[in-house]
Design a protein around this ligand. Structure first.
Ligand SMILES: NC(=O)c1ccc[n+]([C@@H]2O[C@H](COP(=O)([O-])OP(=O)(O)OC[C@H]3O[C@@H](n4cnc5c(N)ncnc54)[C@H](O)[C@@H]3O)[C@@H](O)[C@H]2O)c1
Ligand SMILES: [Zn+2]
Length: 389
């Protein structure tokens, strides 16, 4: 098992990655000195596919385990479901020494984490992510949330898990489209944080798409490590964590403008990455060859039958155009990006204005766009390790 420490002082925790790791959840939790009561939260699909090994390992390790099922996907992230979970925790007599174990995708993790963050002002929480997106992204960093009618993830808290146990073996049952969508985040990590990792992805596309266990272990652990380093430096997303928004300004616009129906998250992010990479070219902070490398890799991971999404016609300009339309004309102009000094806004005030504007419009026009464009020119472009680390 690969152990990746996340160093956050008193809130430090390990990420444990390895095929077969599900069976070790109980033994690992027993090392953390938590109380006997464990509540295993998952949706019906995950419970059926992967619930038993986790339940068994917890029981063998001496925990009293109760299982709670929540609705699948985004439907779980609402106040009613959170309230049901709080009620169950109360009925089970949970206190702050008890542990919520979230077994599932990002939706289960966000909901269960939110309930754990708020129950008695915070109880123990463990992430056992089962989608690729959750393994390399959502489970790391302590962001928890439910949705509000006015927008996604608006109600939430930072609450770091006691540990994250990642079993890439669970990806064997993940639908192809979900798997490939998660790869967009993996590729994003390579683009903005580590040229060497990006090169490894380029060289491993085939075994990766075939979900070869050794390749998955290596790639997932690599991505977790990169995300962990960012979280360590910027726990509450004040600055650096924004680099992880690369592709998301336009990606979110596309998702919102199409009612979250046409593309799943990673597909929209793939489009966003290409559009933002193009924008970086227009701003002369990146080269066409940099965009091409990103484009080539993203196109290879596209789900069959959806391949045309990333195969635009001559000129390749339709992506930014479409994104601008999707954002109802509110997307940033290059001039807006220059406001921030091309690479970063000069003051906290400027940044906060842009944050506010982006929240109001449902987009992150200038600030995130600026980060996006700046990050597009990072390691892939220079083939050097970024300054970040
Ligand atoms: N907290 C964060 O930092 C963060 C970061 C990114 C995304 N998110 C959130 O994550 C959510 C999306 O997460 P997601 O992409 O993991 O999707 P998801 O949690 O909605 O799960 C998608 C579907 O896959 C199924 N599934 C999960 N694992 C499976 C497996 N191993 N085999 C078969 N089916 C499986 C689930 O039952 C569900 O139907 C969004 O709500 C998003 O806001 C949070
Ligand atoms: Zn994302």
């Amino acid at each position: 098992m690969i152990e990746i420490p996340v160093d956050l002082g008193p809130r430090s925790y390990p990420i444990l990655v390895g095929t077969g790791a599900l069976a070790t959840v109980g033994a690992q939790l027993a090392k953390r000195g938590v109380g006997r009561r464990v509540v295993l939260v998952s949706d019906a699909t995950i419970a059926r596919l992967h619930g038993d090994p986790v339940h068994h390992s917890l029981t063998v390790a001496g925990f009293d385990v109760a299982r709670v099922e929540v609705p699948e996907g985004e439907q779980a992230k609402c106040l009613d479901v959170a309230a049901d979970l709080w009620n169950r925790l109360l009925d089970l007599g949970c206190d702050r020494t008890s542990t919520v174990v979230a077994l599932g995708g990002g939706a289960v993790g966000d909901l269960a984490g939110f309930a754990a963050a708020t129950y008695m002002r915070g109880m123990n929480f463990v992430q056992v992510p089962t989608t690729l997106l959750a393994q390399v992204d959502a489970s790391i960093g302590g962001k928890t949330a439910i949705d509000h009618p006015q927008g996604k993830n608006l109600i939430g808290a930072f609450h770091q898990p006691r540990m994250v146990i990642v079993d890439p073996g669970t990806l064997a049952t993940l639908p192809e489209r979900e798997f490939r969508s998660g790869l967009a985040e993996v590729i994003k990590h390579g683009i903005v944080l580590d040229a060497g990792y990006f090169g490894d992805l380029e060289a491993s596309v085939r075994p990766l798409l075939d979900r070869d266990p050794a390749t998955l272990d290596r790639v997932v652990a690599g991505s977790c490590r990169l995300k962990a380093r960012v979280v360590e430096r910027d726990e509450r997303e004040a600055e650096l964590r924004w680099v992880l928004n690369y592709g998301h300004t336009i990606g979110h616009a596309l998702e919102a403008a199409t009612g979250f129906e046409r593309w799943i998250h990673g597909e929209a992010v793939s489009l966003g990455i290409i559009a933002e990479a193009r924008l970086a070219e227009y701003l002369h902070i990146s080269r066409p060859s940099t965009t091409e490398r990103q484009h080539r890799l993203l196109a290879r991971q596209e789900a069959p039958g959806r391949a045309r999404v990333l195969r635009p016609g001559p000129g390749d300009r339709f992506v930014p155009d479409r994104a601008r339309r999707a954002s109802r004309g509110r997307a940033a102009s290059p001039r807006g990006a220059r406001l921030g000094g091309a690479y970063r806004p000069r003051s906290r005030w400027v940044r906060s204005r842009f944050c506010l504007a982006s929240r109001k419009s449902g987009l992150a026009p200038t600030a995130a766009w600026k980060w996006a464009t700046a990050s597009a020119a990072l390691p892939v472009c220079t083939s050097a390790r970024p300054k970040l680390f």
